[in-house]
Design a protein around this ligand. Structure first.
Ligand code: UT7
Length: 335
């Protein structure tokens, strides 16, 4: 049995900045409301015809591969997490294999929304620990802006989400005291529709009927969130799954050097920070600048924290996520 570590990190966000003030010009909202409820000041939106979910993921992946100090053909497997794929099928994993022009390695797509990156590194961790693969590329990328309802009708959701991508190379680590110590994954499908995008699923309608209806008022094509219900579940599940990870490794909250929570809402991060008695330096937040980028939020935040010198060798790094499904998870890492 080997150990696995995060050997390289990268992120990419589109240049186009959309402020709260910009949003208030197209829907009934305000900078004050958005900042007070979510902490978000601005986010990035892809300008139509420029980036895609895959192209952003590829840009982040190239940086992560270079920083891991490996050649792209040393990648043994690709895992791509997103809720906003370029195509209905195939998923973006194979598009990354094509666009990076690497060997015909396997490519897996993960559909776990905000928990997607934690699920993806958990899968990568198992492959590396078992000895099956030495280097697994994990990408989390989202292009939300093309699918949001940018009218007052959609304001409860549309002000929150942003576009961007993050990537990590998970590699074999010989030192058994270092790397990914454990991952913890959960789901509760009972609440599947509380945070969801129902169409164009095949669940209830024939595709020919969908095309025939062509109804611009059909809200099932936009993401829906029962905000308060999701919020209440998030604070409980974040806390539970962080504690589960610490206990599994016989660690306590005081052992945490840095917590990188999925950037769902600054108020959720602050709740968790208080619960675990962590200082501002021990919790990394960048939702103010990027909004909620779902599967990309943890790898973007982790990369930024690492670039700023806030993730150092020997640190205990905790990743935690909660989102649509519901799904939630954590990863406990000795850097
Ligand atoms: O990443 C996956 C996990 N996601 C989360 O964990 C998110 C969890 N939920 C939340 O972050 C919060 O529930 C939101 C930020 C989405 C919403 O905040 P809230 O404090 O729960 O607001 P609310 O939905 O209860 O809405 C309060 C009021 C409503 O008006 P009335 O009915 O009181 O007159 C809304 O219509 O705020 C109104 N509202 C807005 N007003 C201005 C909703 N969205 C907006 C908006 N601008 N963008």
């Amino acid at each position: 049995m080997y150990n696995s570590k995060i050997a390289g990190l990268g992120y990419y966000v589109p240049e186009n900045v959309v402020t709260n003030h910009d949003l208030s010009k197209v829907m009934d909202t305000s900078d004050e409301w958005i900042q007070e409820r979510t902490g978000i000041k601005e986010r990035r939106h892809v300008i139509k015809g420029t980036d895609t979910t895959t192209s952003m993921g590829v840009k982040a992946a190239k940086i992560a591969i270079e920083r891991a100090g490996i050649d792209k053909n040393d990648i043994d497997f690709i895992i791509f997490a997103t809720l906003s794929p370029d195509y209905y099928f195939p998923g973006p994993g194979v598009l990354v294999q094509r666009d990076l022009e690497i060997d015909t390695v396997g490519a897996l797509d993960v559909r776990n929304q905000c928990s997607g990156f934690v699920y993806a590194i958990s899968v990568a961790d198992q492959y590396v620990k078992s000895g099956m693969y030495q280097n697994v590329l994990v990408v989390g990328s989202e292009l939300h802006s093309h699918g949001l309802d940018m009218t007052t009708r959609g304001r409860g959701v549309s002000v929150i989400f942003g576009d961007g991508a993050g990537a990590a190379v998970i590699s074999r680590e010989e030192d058994s005291t270092k790397g990914i110590l454990s991952t913890h994954l959960h789901s509760e499908g009972q609440h599947a529709e509380e945070l969801s995008l129902i169409a164009p699923g095949m669940g209830k309608r024939w595709v020919l009927d969908i095309l025939k209806d062509n109804d611009p008022e059909d809200e099932s094509y936009f993401p829906y969130m029962n905000g308060q219900f999701v919020f209440k579940n998030a604070v409980v599940r974040f806390s539970e799954v962080i504690m589960e990870g610490l206990q599994k490794n016989k660690l306590a909250p005081t052992d945490i050097d840095i917590l990188i929570p999925h950037q769902a809402n600054l108020r959720i991060s602050q709740f968790v920070q208080k619960k675990f008695g962590l200082s501002d330096d021990q919790v990394y937040n960048n939702i103010m600048s990027y909004g909620n980028t779902t599967a990309a939020s943890i790898p973007i935040a982790l990369t930024e924290a690492w670039e700023e010198g806030k993730v150092k060798e020997g640190d205990l790094v905790v990743l935690a996520a909660f989102g649509s499904g519901f799904t939630w998870g954590s990863a406990i890492i000795r850097w």
